[in-house]
Design a protein around this ligand. Sequence first.
Ligand code: E4P
Length: 217
Amino acid sequence: MKFFIDTANLDQITEAQNLGILDGVTTNPSLMAKEGITGDSNIINHYKKICEIVDGDVSAEVISTEFDGMVEEGNHLSKISNQIVVKIPMTKNGVKALKYFSNNNIKTNCTLIFSPGQALLAAKAGANYVSPFIGRLDDISSDGLSLISEIRQIFDNYNFKTEILSASIRHNMHIIDCAKIGSDVVTAPLSSIVGLLNHPLTDSGLKKFLDDHKKAN
Ligand code: E4P
């Protein structure tokens, strides 16, 4: 399973990259705004910096909701680096844009996926990734992980090459459950990724090893 980090924060991206487990980055307009990145040229420069830090795919989301606007923005974003994956919202215009980019060999990530039907349409239109939002479904008492299972089954039935990029991760167990289901990618905040490191028995076990070594030496 690939690990993407879900942030536009350069320090956190660098920390995850230095850990040696990072396969890519996802951003969205809210995450860019959170880092205070505004204005076209600043946004482009920020994506350039992210691409310099990581080796893998970097999702950059379009703002336009019109087909022509999505195509113009996506073409512009894709010229930043061949690492850029154009992130397109799941709308009727979005599906048309996914098909356009697929025909033009530009990688896409279809975002705001909340149902198996949406994922199926995105895959049919040639999306490289679909991003089902687990946490936001859980937030409204719906089962986010069931959605991942349903999409997995559909994609496997028809050998779709589209990768399931589980998003809106809220905690460590979301990552473990996604891995058990067979999600291709998980994009998570740094805290959830490094949270996987922790176990109290590891801490107490290491302390005992070091104490015993000290006593013996
Ligand atoms: C990633 O692609 C999504 O935009 C992100 O995971 C959404 O997460 P949130 O529901 O925590 O905002």
